[in-house]
Ligand binder design. Sequence first.
Ligand code: GLA
Ligand code: ZN
Length: 665
Amino acid sequence: MKIHFGGDYNPEQWPESTWKEDYRLFDTASIDTVTLGVFTWGLTQPAEDVYDFTVLDAVVARAVAEGRTICLATGTGAHPAWMARAYPEVTRVDFEGRRHRFGQRHNSCPSSPAFRRFSVAVADQLAARYASAVTAWHVGNEYGGACYCTLCAAGFRAWLRDRYDSLDALNDAWYTRFWSHTFGDWDEIEPPNALTEHWRGPDHTAFQGITLDYLRFMSDAMLAGYRAEKDALRRHSPAPVTTNLMGMYKPIDYHRWAPHLDFVSWDNYPPDDTSQARMAFTHDLMRGLKGGTPFWLMEQTPSITASRQVNPLKRPGVMRLWSWQAVAHGADAVLFFQMRAGRGACEKYHGAVIGHSGRDDTRVFREVAALGAELSALGPATVGARTPARVAVLFDWDSWWTLEMTDGLNRHLRYQDIVLAYHRAVWESGADVDAVPVTASLDGYDVVLAPALHMLKDDLAARLSSFAARGGTVVTTFLSGLVDTHAQAFLGDPPLTALLGIRVSEWDSRDPSVSNPVALADGPVVDARLHFDLITPLSAVVVGVYGADFYAGTAAVTRNAFGDGEVWYVGAGLDAAGVSWVVRQALGRHDLVGPYADLPGVETAVRLGTDGTPLLFLLNHHDSAAEIIADRDGTDLLSGAPVTRGATIHLAAHDVMIIQSSPRH
Ligand code: GLA
Ligand code: ZN
């Protein structure tokens, strides 16, 4: 048992004569896992009544003969050309209402009966044929986007009928007395797109309820397609089924998908090379989809991407560092896109383990091979390990969608920015974090952060209250807990009022250039921007006050004693120093600030091996070496060097250690 190592391998794109060489190089790099067939539908089903598995048979047979672990895709991430011609319904209608023709990928309408029939059939064929060869199934590819066709409109209406007992209930939920929208017949309802409810682009909707439900429906419609293929696979094969997710991907609510994934896998393509905290959070979010069970890093580039305006190269050591970061946060597989560079089309310059030259003396190949050797040497130590986090960040797609589609809020406020700011403060403090849905049990945590949690669903208010009552610390912010599941404002005091011990009477929102200083009691004076709550404290104490404008001297940050716990409310868009100060207060109350909190660039993460052995990951994201005082006795699993508590550890630039504690720790 070891961490799977390898990635997307598309040998159907080049002559069979090179396959042998591919595997020779895979051996050199300790590559044990290949993801096959991700975009092979056009090849395996060249016509409606014709399956031709000649090439895929050879691809799979070779991987089997070479003893690799096979992750086999159903290939339905792009439909064949004949299908679009014979069944134009399989293509999508976009937000502007345009029916697309054949082309691109991720191009199928989720409500198309033809797509459903053919995708299930091909999955069935593949499973029957290759069940014995496959370790894991990869359905489709990066589900996403949306369709606004008439089939989707019909699907939407059916979904609504299922959810709402009556049109009256729907009209109530959507608040349709506004602007003469009362629906008298289900068939009057249309998908909210540029021709109907959105007048200034996707983030501007007249009715949040309609748009929210369409997002939920679309997420479910795509999920239905995934599930149908999964069922077909399951008829022939017990192997676990996944699809590659995209981390913080707005259009799909992965919490709705999670129960249907046998394990989570995701593709990590950070926007830039300063995204270490963001990647850490995204790994935590992906791990949180299935209650903390390990996930697969299904894709990352070994070097560059090809899809951006500029495509910076991963610096020497960074691919290794980010791979270990994934493991530190719960990955049991480290896979790449792509194993060998194709010769044509838009990904020919995308990074690959084996480049066009086919050489094994490139920097990228050598770094991959070195990592492969390291993973092999490590063996099973981290496989199946869990993360013992005492801190939870609540992440909620409904709140994300709602916050960014609602008029009247500052359009510069972005949900991800707010969540990431709070997460970064925890990350820099060296505390492990679970990023979990609002339905997760809060029992195991000391600190719960709910940044910009706009929508308050189900019994969350009650659960947060009992969490605080038993001694937990809650940190929440402006615009949290203000709307119900249909995005309607609460009448009277919102449900979190008693917990927060404050009332928000008004808010001011300003251009990003306007700041208002906030003085924190026994803390720094920090900057606040974008959003400013005007707060009336009830039972809470005032911790931070505004320094300017007509509300100078009034509360911007408060803390409420609630049972044995404490509840922080941050009413303004504090800068990083301000957020960090608040978060450190909350963590400090539970002694959760790590020993390396003040060493910028050094990330720590803990996993507990399946036998309970603590594994402390130290990751140096800096371009320069770090000196660290060991906080425990143990062994660095990567170098084999002993570690002694109190001794100085020298962690080179971009270097990694995994300290396995000795038994007496
Ligand atoms: C995605 C896809 C892959 C490939 C890579 C390139 O993650 O799943 O097929 O396009 O991006 O970065
Ligand atoms: Zn459609």
